[in-house]
Design a protein around this ligand. Sequence first.
Ligand code: 5GP
Length: 216
Amino acid sequence: MNRDNVPFLRRGLMLVLSSPSGAGKTTISRAILKHDLNLTMSISVTTRPMRPSEVDGEDYYFVDEKKFKLMINRGQLLEYANVFGNFYGTPKQPVEDALLNGQDILFDIDWQGTQQLADNENAKKDLVSVFILPPNTIELENRLRARAQDPEEIVQQRMSKAADEMSHYREYKYVIVNDDIEASVKCIEKILVAERICIERQIGLHEFVQNLRTSS
Ligand code: 5GP
């Protein structure tokens, strides 16, 4: 059951947050997850090398390319993409289980993955996509450097990719300019409140109304 305090079952939703690296998406995601008990993070599979601060099974499942391709061939990924020369993908089963149980899932995936979800007849009705823009490019570069986890060459690569990534903002339902983390978090929380009461997500609603009508 979900924790919306409604007396019937709701289908979960897939909240996708995309942005160029350094737009503040990770900070925003952490803040939302902390306050929202009905939201869990989808843990992606990646072939990217693990960063020093990362934990296998928490940040990502780190696998080699052979294993990743096996997962593709077995149909175990809901979506996948090559980002900066590494593969990233979303394991399908945990998402399907969560949605059925009325659990919402937060995805930190790129525009390619979001497009795949939007083009998938089954997935698109569960999709709530949000694109996060930085307030300006100076801020974007500062945030990328402040991380200091990636070599300079990668930082430069990501900066030049940012313009490309930002061109995809139109493919999202909501766009937020992240000037202020707290305001952006509040904004996404409001989106969640509204999207959760979409009629098609309230799958127990029909029966609930029938009962209200027959007992009145
Ligand atoms: P990073 O290597 O910085 O953790 O992530 C690089 C990019 O890969 C980010 O833009 C992130 O959104 C994207 N990404 C992470 N996991 C997935 C995934 O499962 N699918 C797709 N399509 N992109 C992902």
